[in-house]
Design a protein around this ligand. Structure first.
Ligand code: SAM
Length: 219
């Protein structure tokens, strides 16, 4: 499926499953795209809102893949009747994503692979993923905003302390450095070094550390 939205394109490119779920599917681009592009055989399109879910159903009919799409009104994985191989949780906040994962743990429904793209509170989500192996954590710039894409599976050690705020940049990408430089510029315009509140100072120091780490590759 053709996407002008780089965020949706990046997320969909990560999908490779037999049974897949799109949690918080809304418009259904990821759920339907996974079927249209042969990235999954069966897809649960799940949304807590019946009205949102209806959009995914319309799109699946339009694209001729409704026979392999299972629409479910569900809070997270709650009403999905099986443990899927892989799931996307995108466009929700990190805190909501954590809640969904905590409930999935209780129901033994955490899939083998999770693809997450929190629109805020990514730091909190990274801190929560301590028992996960992080296969990828990179930044995609789309519509003038920077989005983290995290691909994780159970059984790992999560992030080191200096990766929690901005992620691992794995695989390495220019959008990560653009984000760091843009944030550095914003902080430098807003605060002089002496005026920075302690939490901003911590963030700024992390940014300087990242700039120095990448300076050979990104002059
Ligand atoms: C901003 S849209 C994101 C749509 C799409 N996933 C994307 O990334 O473009 C968020 C959707 O998540 C749904 N949602 C919010 N909380 C949810 C939850 N706990 N379980 C399932 N869906 C949820 C909302 O109804 C809404 O349709």
């Amino acid at each position: 499926m053709a996407f002008s939205d780089r965020r949706l394109r990046a997320i969909l490119d990560e999908v490779n499953a037999r049974v897949f779920a799109d949690i918080g599917c809304d418009h259904g681009y990821i759920a339907v795209g996974a079927l249209v592009e042969g990235r999954a055989e069966k897809v649960y399109a799940a949304d807590i809102s019946e009205k949102s879910l209806a959009k995914a159903v319309v799109l699946a009919r339009e694209k001729g893949v409704f026979d392999r799409l299972v629409p479910v009104v569900s809070d997270g994985f709650e009403r999905i009747p099986e443990r899927v191989d892989s799931a996307v949780i995108a466009g929700l906040g990190g805190l909501e994503t954590i809640k969904i994962l905590e409930n999935a743990e209780k129901q033994y429904k955490v899939p083998e692979t999770l693809i997450m793209c929190p629109h805020q509170h990514a730091k909190e989500l990274r801190a929560y993923l301590g028992a996960y192996r992080i296969d990828k954590d990179y930044i995609v710039r789309s519509g003038g905003k920077y989005y983290p894409v995290i691909v994780a599976r159970r059984g790992g050690e999560g992030y080191s302390a200096d990766e929690v705020m901005f992620g691992k940049n794995t695989p390495p990408g220019g959008d990560f450095i653009d984000m760091i430089l843009s944030r550095r510029r914003t902080l430098e315009e807003r605060f002089s070094a002496r005026e920075m509140p302690p939490n901003v100072k911590r963030e700024y120091e992390e940014i300087l550390g990242i700039c120095s780490k990448y300076k050979t590759r990104y002059p």
